[in-house]
Design a protein. Structure first.
Lengths: 156, 761
């Protein structure tokens, strides 16, 4: 099968790798580059578990072709902490009890980081809007909402 | 009981494993990286009911890169199941739902697997498809299982077919009491199938080892039952089967185990690996998962109650028809529990219920979060409001009038030691502002209570190894998927050994090393592993104090552990470090290994003797109904629970909020939809609607205290009971807002609007 070579930046590191044209970005990131923090779930862009930042914007990496990520700057959940120091959102998830099974957590953390990058004091509506594309089956969202509020407080 | 001197219990310790999860380093089943593993896949039936006339695998087998192709004839002639042993891991002779596994392939790549599955030619002879259990249980219906008998406990004279479970409640004389009642209310309710839709897909991986053993990786809630199943279905003895639990991305009963979840995935994977002589990993696609793995069944509930004018319930009669699906799965257990719970948890002296669990040609019933309970409660607690309305009574007062008290019996519990139901009702009434808050147009408030009777069940053990530096490594049989295993369990060890929680590691399950356990099911992590780990830590502590006593020339009873030291109580200068005692153990007993177990028989005997304290709950919702669209907006939601002593408040709240949210999903939108041929019409997340944050209010979880349960320190299970009341709670709030009673789930815009129009509104 034909394959292409692309170059992109992931979490500040440049990668050049080969992939088949039909490979979804989620599979490229997980299986070829090894970023398994990007979670695979619905494959239809509905659940948000595979959310990453692409040039600063949150996208569902299961509905983006890997090839379309050529030349972009990608941030996954693995790239959000500052070395050993957790990002306030990550710490807030732990402190508020927002991590149950934790499978949706990476996607939420990426979506929320994007929110807090653009809005330091988000309103309840902005919070709901920012994570309305992420499904969590464990928490009922209450503690996740608490985590966003706590993280926003820590940042500002 | 919880004591004031607890230093760890009752605090919100950070969840063990939290850091790796927030940085994306959790290794879930789907993240396993087995070098040289083949990809595996399953061929699923395209008919809901058909004879298999022949399977031709020759073309698939001949494909380069295909390493194993298996069908029923390659597997031992062994069936599995729970009440009814009615299922092969790969369908034999017949398929019974669209999604039934027929064959499996292992190949060098996932693309090759898909291609090879297409090359397997299965000749089917279609049979009549039965999707409605009411039709299927008629004597004239086609037979779904030729060699499965009707339940042995079926009453004489009952003419049914395709029934794989019967449950009855018989208390007092319901017929006479009904005839003597002042008011009789008779209703019918229906619920639909939902899928648990945990986010992490099910996986199985298996690797044949050089020494004749097989290693299986599973993201299953019950690794030991998986081991049993793999052993039985491969013919290997248990000591040659090792099951390792991965991190698990949600389960809710759906990953209960091979047997209870009826996915059969681990044995199929093991069969492929043994055939190929190489490691194989299967990952289910989400749409494949929705049609093939186990679900919360739909059911139909007839409920009729008799009351006196003063509001005293005197009689209940009813019937449940519960959909098992193509195999019995967990249907008998869930249908039986549903039947009991329609009987209710109020003081009710005369009850007669019949519950039938019925085969159909749909996917199989599993033990999804509170199996049978949410459906029963949708009917039972909606019905309670209907009765209150007929009597002109306040719904809370009506429930308080009938709430059980200390010494009363309720269905499934001969004697209550105490009862928190009335307190949860009063607190919920207060918190939602019933009678106080001003409601707008088309706004209403509803309540529903819930119970989740904790009864008999398997025991289970724990091992607490105290290392030479004084830290503890803990084995339990329950897995971690956000439940007690890595919230409350490490806290118990820290509390009992008086060591920091950071010094405690609770391992995930490896059947080669962990104590046996039936699985992380039934809200029993705290009861089973919590009880066991408390005793194991005490056992370890006693060993440590005995050894320290010799060094300190004191009696073990006079010693205590504090700040990683062992000291004489009241004379802290006479002390020795915990590490030195545990290191010196090498010269004496080797190492400190505490063992404990939950003794289920003893616990049951105690409950019989003293009566039992059960968890109860009341939920309250405020909703607004859009009478033009039928859309229901939940404005406020309060969940008041008695779960006994609370070890980790945020973990308990999280369980309650999550359970409530899942059932709110079923209340408002969720359902698996089938056509008349048994085809699932909404298998992907595009069509299967689940609540997102903007559909739900922030759920307020509140606990009441003072009713210690059977678990360690007086805990009770908290994982499932929150899923019990929401559907009725929302239905009651809609009725309060509009005057219209909706008796069919989901309470979707379509169904609510239809009900409003039928009522002329």
């Amino acid at each position: 099968m034909m394959s292409l070579e692309i170059t992109l930046t992931v979490n500040g590191k440049s990668h050049t790798a080969e992939l088949e044209p039909a490979t979804a970005l989620v599979d490229f990131l997980r299986d070829i580059l090894g970023y398994k923090g990007v979670k695979l779930c619905c494959n239809t862009g509905e659940c948000g578990a595979c959310t990453i930042l692409m040039d600063g914007k949150p996208v569902n990496s299961c509905v983006v072709l890997g090839a379309d990520a050529a030349g972009t700057d990608v941030v996954t959940v693995e790239g959000i902490a500052d070395g050993d120091e957790l990002h306030p959102v990550q710490q807030a998830f732990i402190d508020t009890g927002a991590v149950q099974c934790g499978y949706c957590t990476p996607g939420f953390i990426v979506s929320i980081k994007a929110l807090l990058d653009r809005s330091k004091n988000p309103t309840a509506e902005e919070i709901e809007e920012a994570i309305s594309g992420n499904i969590c089956r464990c928490t009922g969202y209450t503690k996740i909402f608490d985590a966003v509020e706590l993280a926003a407080k820590q940042i500002s | 009981m919880a004591k004031a001197e607890h230093t760890v219990l009752g605090t919100n310790m950070p969840r063990m494993g939290g850091v790796e999860r927030v940085v994306g380093k959790g290794i879930y089943g789907i993240d396993l990286n087995l070098p040289d593993a083949l990809s595996g896949g399953v061929l699923r039936s395209e008919h809901a009911h058909a004879k298999i006339v022949g399977i031709d695998t020759s073309e698939a087998k001949a494909m380069p890169g295909v390493r194993a192709v298996v069908t029923a004839t390659d597997a031992p002639d062994v069936r599995y199941g729970r009440s009814y042993i009615d299922r092969y891991i790969l369908a034999k002779g017949k398929v019974r739902y669209m999604g039934d596994p027929v064959a499996a392939v292992a190949a060098d790549s996932q693309a090759l697997v898909k291609e090879a599955l297409k090359k397997i030619k299965v000749a089917y002879e279609p049979l009549p498809v039965m999707v409605d259990p009411e039709e299927t249980m008629k004597e004239s219906a086609p037979t779904i299982h030729d060699d499965m008998p009707l339940p042995k406990n079926l009453p004489e004279g009952v003419k049914v077919k395709n029934v794989c479970g019967y449950a009855a409640v018989n208390i007092g004389d319901a017929e006479t009491a009904m005839a003597e009642a002042d008011v009789v209310v008779d209703e019918v309710y229906e619920t639909r199938m939902i899928h648990p839709q945990y986010l992490e897909p099910r996986i199985a991986a298996a690797r044949p080892e050089e020494d004749g053993r097989i290693t299986v990786w599973a993201n299953a809630q019950a690794p030991f039952p998986v081991r049993t199943e793999v052993a039985n279905l491969t013919g290997l003895p248990l000591n040659r089967v090792r099951v390792i639990s991965t991190d698990i991305g949600g389960g809710f009963g759906g990953k209960g185990s091979g047997v209870t979840s009826s996915a059969g995935l681990e044995p199929i994977c093991a069969l492929l690996a043994l055939t190929a002589g190489q490691a194989v990993m299967i990952v289910l696609d989400k749409a494949e998962e929705t049609i093939s793995t186990t679900i919360r069944s739909g059911c139909k509930i007839w409920i009729k109650s008799g009351v006196k004018k003063d509001g005293a319930l005197v009689a209940r009669q009813g019937k449940v028809v519960y959909d098992a699906g193509g195999y019995s799965g967990f249907g008998n257990q869930a249908g039986g529990r549903c039947t009991q719970m329609v009987g209710g948890w109020y003081r009710l002296p005369n009850i007669h219920m019949d519950g039938f669990t019925v085969y159909t040609n749909k996917q199989v019933c599993g033990p999804v979060r509170g199996p049978g309970g949410p459906q029963a409660t949708f009917a039972m607690e909606s019905h309670m409001d209907s009765i209150a309305a007929r009597l002109g009574m306040d719904p809370i007062e009506f429930r308080l009038k009938n709430a059980p008290e200390k010494g009363d019996g309720i269905v499934g519990v001969p004697k209550l030691r105490d009862s928190s139901l009335a307190e949860t009702l009063r607190v919920a009434r207060e918190k939602i502002g019933w009678g106080k808050v001003k409601l707008g147009k088309n706004q209403g408030i509803g309540f529903a209570t819930g119970a989740w009777i904790e009864g008999s069940g398997p025991g289970g053990g724990a091992v607490v190894k105290v290392n030479e530096d004084g830290s503890a490594t803990v084995h339990i049989g329950k897995v971690d998927y956000g439940t007690a295993a890595r919230f409350g369990i490490p806290m118990i060890v820290a509390e009992e050994l008086r060591i920091p929680t950071d010094d405690v590691t609770v391992l995930n399950v490896d059947t080669d090393a962990s104590p046996w356990d039936a699985g992380t099911v039934g809200s029993r992590s705290m009861l089973v592993s919590g009880s066991a780990v408390k005793l194991a830590a005490e056992d370890a502590r006693n060993q440590i104090l005995r050894m320290a006593a010799a060094q300190l020339e004191a009696s073990p009873e006079d010693l205590e552990i504090r700040d990683r030291r062992i000291q004489v109580k009241g004379a802290p200068s006479r002390s020795v470090s915990l590490a030195s005692v545990c290191t010196a153990a090498h010269n004496e007993i080797g190492d400190v290994i505490g063992r404990g177990y939950f003794d289920s028989k003893a616990s049951q005997a105690d409950e019989r003797e003293r009566g039992s304290s059960q968890p109860f709950t009341t939920h309250a919702a405020m909703v607004e109904v859009d009478t033009d669209t039928g859309n229901v907006k939940v404005l406020k939601y309060v969940a008041v629970h008695d779960v006994g002593f609370v070890v980790h408040p945020k973990a308990v709240e999280g369980q309650i909020e999550g359970a409530a949210a899942m059932s709110l999903g079923q209340a408002l939108c969720e359902q698996v939809v089938h056509d008349g041929q048994g085809r699932t019409l909404n298998p992907t997340f595009v069509d299967y609607l689940m609540p997102t944050i903007n559909m739900l209010p922030r759920i307020e979880a509140i606990t009441v205290s003072g009713y210690p349960g059977a678990g360690p320190y007086g805990t009770k299970g908290a994982g499932e009971i929150g899923s019990v009341p929401p559907m009725a709670c929302i239905a009651n709030a809609i009725c309060n807002a509009t005057g219209v009673r909706v008796r069919r789930l989901p309470l979707s815009p379509e169904n609510v609007l239809r009900a409003l129009r039928e009522a002329g509104k």
